[in-house]
Design a protein around this ligand. Structure first.
Ligand code: THU
Length: 159
């Protein structure tokens, strides 16, 4: 039997330390929280996706009284981007959230498992790393490869 250990890589910085175009992407994710429909959880998430054609697509969580019918901000943005610009690769996604106190979360929130799987396929489809920027009032956490968020993702090609 072999024992293996995986380690992940991430960076942290203040939002002001980001290059201007990524500061702007984080700002768009924060603004997207305002379009969230979250009457049940009162947790308002915004995502902003930057594409290699220069376009930015935003999304927010959209809940439903039939709970599983709702969707997360990340998937809202990613699926719209693929539907609108199927040939474009996504290069960066910024994520922010306002909690039930009405404030942006102190610590960055991280995508749920289903969104990680979707982001993983988005990265694969684009053929280049999809950088993730997770915003919190305490700072921004940056993950440069989705594999660091979801090692061993499901992949039919692995058959
Ligand atoms: N949510 C997101 O939109 N993205 C995440 O990364 C985590 C959770 C949403 C789903 C639900 O509408 C609310 O936040 C509470 O879980």
């Amino acid at each position: 039997m072999k024992n293996e250990v995986l380690s992940i890589h991430y960076r942290e910085c203040k939002v002001e330390e980001l290059p201007p175009h990524l500061c702007e992407l984080v700002q768009k994710a924060k603004e997207a929280c305002e379009t969230s429909y979250a009457p049940y959880s009162k947790f308002h998430v915004g995502a902003a996706l930057l594409l290699d054609n220069g376009e930015t697509v935003t999304g927010s969580n959209q809940e439903n009284a039939s709970f599983p019918a709702g969707t997360c901000a990340e998937r809202c943005a990613v699926f719209y981007a693929h539907a609108r610009w199927p040939e474009a690769a996504a290069t960066h996604i910024a994520i922010a959230a306002i909690d039930s106190t009405g404030q942006f979360t102190e610590n960055p929130i991280t995508p749920c498992g289903i969104c990680r799987q979707v982001l993983s396929e988005t990265q694969k489809r684009g053929g280049r790393n999809l950088h993730v920027l997770l915003y919190g009032r305490s700072g921004v956490r940056i993950i440069e490869n989705i594999e660091d968020l979801l090692p061993f993702s499901f992949d039919l090609d692995a058959e």
